[in-house]
Design a protein around this ligand. Structure first.
Ligand code: NAI
Length: 332
């Protein structure tokens, strides 16, 4: 199991690489960045777990060497937010970075599972897909936008509302839509642990808003030094760990992720009908298997208020997706 981190020396990249090195199912770990990756790799290589770690820089075909033989590629490369900056504002710089890295994957490791963390995820996932299409290697089942941090935040904040942080490991809330502000739609009515009946509608709205804009709490607290890195690394390693388990044959793993709806034609079509819009990408609970996406689940029974949140997400989501697709068709 060879895992590759592209952007491995960054705020997310380093702790994510640490957590992947700590995963005993990983036997090879390649770390690529435009700076510092060899140092990070040597540091991690002293940890007594099976993975052989190597660091690569751009010279001497570093990207190609890092990606050769990759099974799972995680991409946290690119600039993060600062106060006053939206995820969409990052597009200008990150779109080109993701396009170039996707080109490397498409030419060197086209069968790898690609896990996109770089923002704006709603646009960078379509960028990866379009690059793969250009190279004739597109398999929608293998490209994922990592929305796990939204799921992790939902578990944490719901457990706080329930007054018991120890529940956070078992609280599970499906989060659907996309990965930015109003496109993040937590389905609290389907929480494994129902909210207290005493919680009024205004308090539920506060909770939903906190899950949607949780990233802003971190951006504000870091005060110009970046966005979520440690919680994102935790979430990224959790999602990568699930993909790795599924690839190794474990069945029945279901987790929300932002995918191309063509990856499971039946499920994707049903979901399109449910949301009432002809979108090509959406985040929904997805069952993972040896070949990637095996089943896209529908939204299930949602409340009228949740339906309104899904409706409110659609215009931004649709625009974000179109922007990603257009970038690869005609880069500006
Ligand atoms: P950072 O600036 O600390 O690290 C980014 C790393 O990418 C740097 O080490 C940089 O050298 C590297 N890099 C830049 N261009 C590259 C290239 N062409 N090839 C390889 N590496 C390259 O940023 P941080 O905090 O790690 O965030 C990374 C990305 O993750 C941002 O776009 C951020 O918005 C996103 N993010 C996504 C989340 C999600 O839930 N999906 C949550 C939090 C952040």
């Amino acid at each position: 199991m060879k895992a590759v981190v592209l952007g491995a020396a960054g705020g997310i990249g380093q702790p994510l690489s640490l957590l992947l090195k700590a995963n005993p199912a990983v036997t090879e770990l390649a770390l690529y960045d435009i700076v510092n990756s060899p140092g990070v790799a040597v540091d991690l290589s002293h940890i007594a777990t099976p993975a052989k770690v190597e660091g690569f820089l751009p010279p001497d075909d570093g990207l190609k060497k890092a990606l050769t033989g990759a099974n799972v590629v995680v991409i946290p490369a690119g600039i993060p937010r600062k106060p006053g900056v939206t995820r969409d504002d990052l597009f200008k710089i990150n779109a080109g970075i993701v396009r170039d890295l996707a080109t490397g994957i498409a030419t060197t490791a086209p069968k790898a599972f690609v896990l996109v963390i770089s923002n704006p995820v709603n646009s960078t996932v379509p960028i990866v897909a379009e690059v793969f299409k250009k190279h004739g290697v597109f398999d929608p089942k293998r490209i994922f936008g990592v929305t796990t941090l939204d799921v992790v935040r939902a578990s944490t904040f719901v457990s706080e509302v329930l007054g018991d942080r120890s529940l956070s490991l078992s609280v599970s809330v499906p989060v659907v839509g996309g990965h930015s502000g109003v496109t993040i739609v937590p389905l609290l009515s389907q929480s494994s642990h129902p909210l207290p009946a005493s919680l009024d509608a205004a308090a539920v709205d506060v909770l939903i808003n906190r899950i949607q804009f949780g990233g802003d709490e971190v951006v504000k607290a870091k005060d110009g030094a970046g966005s979520a890195t440690l919680s994102m690394a935790y979430a990224g390693a959790e999602f990568a760990g699930k993909v790795i388990r599924a690839v190794n044959g474990e069945k029945g793993i279901v987790t929300p992720t932002f995918v191309n709806l063509a990856s499971d034609k039946t499920g994707g079509e049903a979901l399109r009908k449910e949301i009432g819009e002809d979108l090509d990408y959406f985040s929904a609970p997805v069952e993972l298997g040896v070949d990637g996406v095996t089943k896209i689940h529908g939204l299930g029974k949602i409340t009228p208020a949740e339906k309104a949140l899904v409706d409110a997400a659609l215009p931004e989501l649709s625009a974000n997706i179109a922007k990603g697709v257009a970038f690869v068709e005609a880069p500006k």
